[in-house]
Write a protein that binds this ligand. Structure first.
Ligand code: GLA
Ligand code: GLA
Length: 703
């Protein structure tokens, strides 16, 4: 019998940090601030420069445990009081951390049983950060004591406007294989499946004699000498994300009991990278508002990856405003090569996050550290000081945000597209498995390829978590949604029957939510909707001499990494493209792209991995047939994003038009409405044209 996972929890009502008394609501601007790294004299200099830049919001005390509780039960809030007062009295609001991201070393020495254990049984020692296990009752006790102390001390502080729970939960301690984790994993399995027989069924435990007879025989996936059970791995990933969420909620609840009137958030790490460790769409309902940390991808995908991520965060926030909690003015410190941004990117990247629904733009961090692992990470105020290009960029951005606030941007939301690209984190976990037809499936998310392909067609689509609201769209893309409940496949069928258009890729609808394959030919759960039947995969690669590593399609596109061997199509399915391959490969003439009319709508099937240009090439002639020609907003060279109002305070409904140059050369676009900002761009109001140089952006308003 099919196991159906529980639905997402109910959402907490949206709450946003209040403006300080005497200040008007404005776009938040600022960053992480770590005054404990600096002597007092620097604090006054910080305030002066924050005011110069237009900073109105900072996050404090994220890594301050060792300063707040230097010894067990010895508390020091004096320094934090002092800096909060300095900030607040200068109009800078505080997002106060629960201070639990990096426990003081005395705690780890007294209780080494709070330390995480890796899959090989090695202890994770202090020396970096997040050296704690989410499932440790002892750590929980100490952490919640810290939360309560902070809540007691700051509950009535007028300058503290939000609570910042932890910090990037799971960045370094997502997977823990300790005995505490093992015990909690057993309890989690019991809660999810009810009976041990249901666990055996879910994990296919008769394979390699993994059947168990009681919950205490369940083990976390510690080091093994072969291939892990994929069902158990998938559940361990679900459990690991949820164990951290439960810890985060415990922090929230401890604070909320004492201080119920300030909103809660934590910084997610949503990006276009494959296989995100934490299932953020399952976390979002537990927050009062969603926050994200985003670091640019160097190279040609910089802008597209950034906007894909921002768009997805907006989907997770279900279109409520969200906060960009961290990004960088230039290089980070944690890649192999830490590239700087291009001139203009500091302003452009921030405006791109804003365009996609952020109502606050913050950085890691305010002042670049003089010592420690992040001393070469860029900041708002670099080592060079006030007289620097980066600080001038920051001041320019502060000015821009001020004028956008005044123009009414806060009263608008990202405009909905007719086209949605669905995103399923659990499927990306399942595709990280090392026993699939090819490991290449794990490498990059197909959702991003389709998002880019749509941008190439001038369509700014919505990226929406699969559990989000997509059935009001005209067209949805189902990219590598490998895990599919019968409920989801029925929802997609109903969507098409009512007139919706569905684009399905290879490796979608293959297994149920426990990673058991739907039998009878792939894509089992989507056989009816796609009208195709696949008997085997055709992985592509060059690790042996003479293996096929590319497949050409009859329309000129080129498949790489993976193709389906489509062995039959249902009656009424149009084959739009086939493979053209040497006869001895058995792929010549096999359908690669098909079109299936289904009720009032249709389903297009793309049976192989293609680059975004080829996906765009295939979709372009189909747009009229899919009824989404009107979703085309711009040329492929320009990204056009619109934020639309609800009625503003003055009763006027506004639209803000953001135009970004996606290319490395100068481009032009029509000007709409009144220009507000131009960065690396010029506006010719006589000819109603804007000219954007390669990293350029223009924002205009229509009232
Ligand atoms: C070996 C083992 C089998 C099976 C195959 C898979 O031969 O004996 O149990 O795992 O490999 O190739
Ligand atoms: C993360 C953390 C910050 C900092 C930055 C550096 O986002 O939250 O504390 O380490 O990375 O990029």
């Amino acid at each position: 019998m099919e196991f159906i996972a529980p639905e997402l929890k109910p959402r907490r009502p949206f709450r946003w940090p209040a403006a300080l008394s005497g200040s008007k609501p404005a776009i938040f601007f600022g960053g992480d601030y770590n005054p404990e790294q600096w002597p007092r004299e620097v604090w006054d200099e910080d305030i002066r420069l924050m005011k110069k830049a237009g900073v109105n919001f900072v996050s404090l005390a994220i890594f301050s445990w060792a300063r707040l509780e230097p010894q067990e039960d010895v508390w020091d809030f004096a320094w934090l009081d002092e800096i909060i007062t300095k900030l607040g009295s200068n109009g800078i609001a505080v997002d106060l951390a629960s201070a639990t991201a990096s426990p003081a070393i005395w705690l780890a020495q007294k209780h080494p049983e709070i330390l995480p254990v890796d899959e090989d049984g090695r202890t994770v020692w202090p020396g970096a950060r997040q050296h704690w296990r989410a499932t440790s009752p002892i750590y929980r006790e100490y952490a919640l004591k810290m939360c309560r102390k902070l809540a007691e001390h700051y509950k009535d502080n007028p300058y503290v406007v939000a609570w910042h729970l932890g910090n990037e939960y799971g960045c370094h301690n997502l997977y823990d294989y300790s005995d505490d984790a093992n015990k909690e994993f057993q309890a989690w399995c019991k809660e999810r499946y009810g009976t041990i027989e249901a666990v055996n069924e879910a994990w296919g435990a008769d394979f390699w004699s993994q059947r168990v007879t009681s919950f205490d025989q369940i083990l976390v996936p510690r080091h093994v000498n072969g291939f892990q059970n994929p069902g158990r791995m998938l559940d361990f990933r679900r459990f690991s994300s949820e164990a951290l969420l439960r810890f985060c909620e415990a922090e929230r609840d401890a604070i909320e009991e004492i201080c119920p009137d300030k909103p809660f958030t934590t910084n997610f790490m949503v990006s276009g990278a494959a296989g995100q460790g934490v299932d953020y769409d399952a976390w979002a309902p537990s927050m009062d508002f969603v926050s994200n940390d985003h670091y640019f991808t160097p190279g040609e995908a910089h802008l597209d990856e950034l906007t894909y991520s921002a768009d997805l965060v907006d989907g997770m926030a279900r279109r409520s405003p969200w906060l960009l909690m961290e990004h960088s003015t230039s290089a980070v410190n944690w890649r192999n090569i830490n590239y700087r941004v291009k001139p203009g990117n500091t302003v452009r990247d921030s405006l791109a996050h804003l365009a996609f629904g952020a109502n606050g733009i913050l950085y890691f961090q305010w002042r670049q550290s003089q010592a420690g692992a992040e001393k070469f990470h860029s900041a708002m105020l670099p080592h060079a000081g006030e007289n620097s290009q980066i600080f001038r960029n920051v001041c320019e951005l502060g000015e821009d945000l001020r004028s956008l606030s005044e123009a009414g941007l806060l009263d608008t939301r990202l405009k909905r597209s007719d086209v949605a690209v669905l995103f399923d984190n659990e499927s990306s976990w399942a595709l990280q498995c090392d026993t699939l037809p090819t490991k290449k499936l794990a490498e990059f998310p197909e959702a991003f390829t389709f998002y880019r392909a749509l941008l190439d067609l001038g369509i700014t689509s919505d990226v929406i978590p699969v559990n989000g609201d997509w059935d009001g769209h005209r067209m949805v893309v189902v990219p590598n949604i490998y895990l599919m409940s019968s409920k989801l496949s029925q929802k997609l069928e109903a969507f098409a029957r009512k007139g919706g258009m569905v684009i399905v890729t290879y490796m979608s609808g293959i297994a149920d939510q426990t990673d058991r394959i739907w039998l009878g030919g792939y894509p089992g759960a989507l056989r009816k909707l796609t009208g195709v039947r696949v008997e085997e995969g055709f992985p592509l690669g060059s690790d042996f001499a003479g293996t096929p590593d590319k497949l050409t399609l009859s329309n000129g596109a080129v498949a790489h990494d993976y193709a389906d061997v489509v062995t039959s199509v249902d009656e009424g399915v149009d084959v739009l493209a086939t493979y053209e391959a040497p006869a001895d490969w058995g792929m010549n003439g096999v359908p690669a792209v098909t079109f299936h009319t289904f009720g009032g709508g249709a389903c297009v099937y793309l049976g192989c991995r293609l680059n975004h240009e080829d996906v765009a090439g295939i979709l372009r002639p189909l747009l009229p047939r899919l009824g989404v020609e009107s979703a085309v907003e711009s040329s492929s060279d320009v990204l056009r994003v619109v934020r639309v109002g609800e009625d503003g305070e003055d009763g006027v409904t506004r639209q803000f038009i953001f135009l970004f140059n996606r290319t490395d050369h100068e481009v032009q676009a029509p000007l709409e409405g009144t220009p507000l900002l131009a960065s690396l761009a010029s506006v010719d109001e006589d000819s109603s044209q804007v000219t954007l140089s390669s990293q350029g952006v223009v924002v205009s308003v229509i009232e």
